[in-house]
Design a protein around this ligand. Structure first.
Ligand SMILES: C[S@@+](CC[C@H](N)C(=O)[O-])C[C@H]1O[C@@H](n2cnc3c(N)ncnc32)[C@H](O)[C@@H]1O
Length: 218
C-alpha cells in the first residue's frame, strides 16, 4: 500500500522556507480547509483542564478553539515555520489567550516534550506533508507524548482510487511546491502506530476526500 503513496521530495528545511514565504498569504487561499479542521475539533472535544498539543499549527485558527475549550488547562503549539508562528502568536494574543497557548518552533518528527504529557494531540492538513518514511516517526512522537488513553485527531487528504485523486497526484508530482499535501491512507497509518480508531469521517473538499480520524493511544 505504501508504494502507492506519492513521495515527498522536499526536505524539512525546504518546507520551513516554503511556509515562511507563504505565511503572509496563507489565510487568503487556505480558507476552505477550516471547515474540516472544525469537524476534527468537534471530534477531539477538548475538555476543561486538559493539556493539548497542536502539531503544524499554521496561522493559529484551531489554537483559538483549543485554547477556549481547555479552560484551566493549556495548549502547546508546534510549527517548523517562524513565519506561520508569528501570525499564530498575533492571533492568540488578539484572542486574549497568551497565558494559555505556548509556542515552540521545531519539527513534528522530534517533539521537545517529555513522554505522557498531553491529553490530546491535534494535526490538521500537516501529516500528509511528510514523506512516507517520516509519517510513522511523527505518529510515534504523538504516541510518545500522549498520556495513556490520550486522543489523537488527524485531518488529512485521503487516498482513494479515483480520477480526481489521480489528477491531483499528477499536479503534486509536477508542482510539489504548489500542491504540497498529497493524499495518504490516514486511518491505516494511525492504526500502524498503536492507536485504536474511535471514529472516522470522510468528507469532500473540491472533489478530494478528506479523512478526519479520532483515535486513542493504546
Ligand atoms: C498546510 S499547513 C496547515 C496549517 C494548519 N494546521 C491548518 O489546518 O490551517 C501545514 C503546516 O505544517 C507546518 N509544518 C510543515 N512541516 C512541518 C514539520 N516538519 N514540523 C512541524 N510543522 C511543520 C507548516 O509550517 C504549516 O504551518
Amino acid at each position: 500500500m505504501e508504494q502507492n503513496i506519492q513521495p515527498v521530495p522536499r526536505t524539512h528545511k525546504q518546507a520551513e522556507k516554503a511556509y515562511d514565504n507563504m505565511a503572509r498569504w496563507y489565510d487568503l487561499f487556505a480558507g476552505s480547509e477550516k471547515k474540516f479542521s472544525s469537524i476534527g475539533l468537534q471530534m477531539i472535544a477538548v475538555q476543561p483542564g486538559e493539556q493539548v498539543l497542536e502539531i503544524g499549527c499554521g496561522t493559529g485558527h484551531a489554537l483559538i478553539e483549543l485554547g477556549k475549550a481547555c479552560q484551566g488547562g493549556s495548549v502547546s503549539a508546534v510549527d517548523i515555520s517562524e513565519g506561520m508562528l508569528r501570525i499564530s502568536r498575533r492571533r492568540v494574543h488578539s484572542a486574549g489567550l497568551d497565558g494559555i497557548v505556548t509556542f515552540h518552533k521545531g519539527s513534528a518528527a522530534s517533539l521537545a516534550y517529555p513522554d505522557d504529557t498531553f491529553n490530546a494531540v491535534f494535526i490538521s492538513f500537516t501529516l500528509e506533508l511528510f514523506d512516507t518514511p517520516d509519517i510513522p516517526i511523527v505518529l510515534g512522537e504523538c504516541h510518545r507524548v500522549l498520556r495513556p488513553g490520550g486522543r489523537l485527531c488527524v485531518v488529512s487528504l485521503e487516498k482513494v482510487e479515483s480520477l480526481i485523486v489521480k489528477a491531483y497526484e499528477w499536479g503534486h508530482k509536477h508542482w510539489p511546491e504548489l500542491l504540497d499535501c498529497r493524499p495518504i491512507y490516514t486511518r491505516t497509518c494511525i492504526e500502524a502506530e498503536n492507536f485504536q480508531v474511535i471514529s472516522e469521517k470522510i468528507k469532500v473538499m473540491w472533489g478530494l476526500p478528506v479523512a478526519i480520524v479520532l483515535a486513542q493511544k493504546v
